[in-house]
Ligand binder design. Structure first.
Ligand code: ATP
Length: 139
């Protein structure tokens, strides 16, 4: 069974973490904000307070043993980039990163992110496709 680490527990990260956990997956949830960690403590396998730009902290947490990492640390561009770089250097096979914009997304791809997502844009496109699909009357 795949093991997931979710870094950054805003709306996006916590939704990913709790949904995976509800479906029976092992989830390590990380945030530097103690309140955010506490809010998820009962819902995931492990919830830990740590700075995701601190390589030693990520090593100590055994992040290298996880199959998938989801990074969603908000608008802090340098933290997003640094964290992604560390995860790829630790050989995490699949790293998904939430990007605030296209340029930022390009940088993330260049440093090794396996997938970059733009939740608002992606969800907008999905809703539009739903609306124009043949099932339009079902919405
Ligand atoms: P949304 O809430 O819509 O998902 P977002 O990703 O911009 O948007 P924020 O509310 O900014 O969400 O959440 C980002 C989270 O990332 C915060 O909980 C913040 O504490 C955490 N974070 C930011 N920098 C670091 C870091 N270096 N290490 C760990 N966590 C971090």
């Amino acid at each position: 069974m795949k093991q997931f680490v979710v870094i950054g527990l805003g709306r996006f990260g916590s939704s990913v973490a709790t949904t995976l956990a509800e479906n029976g997956y092992d989830v390590l949830a990380i945030d530097k904000n103690a309140d955010r960690v506490q809010a998820l403590a009962d819902q995931v396998t492990h919830a830990v307070e740590a700075d995701a730009t601190d390589e030693d902290a990520l090593k100590t947490l055994g992040v290298r043993n996880f199959d998938v990492a989801v990074v969603s640390i908000g608008d802090d561009v340098s933290a997003n980039i640094l964290c992604t770089l560390i995860l790829k250097e630790l050989n995490v096979p699949y790293v998904i990163v939430k990007a605030p914009d296209k340029l930022h997304g390009k940088v993330l791809t260049k440093i090794g992110a396996d997938r970059v997502v733009y939740p608002e844009r992606d969800m907008g496109a999905r809703i539009a496709h739903n609306l124009i699909s043949s099932n339009v009357l079902d919405y």
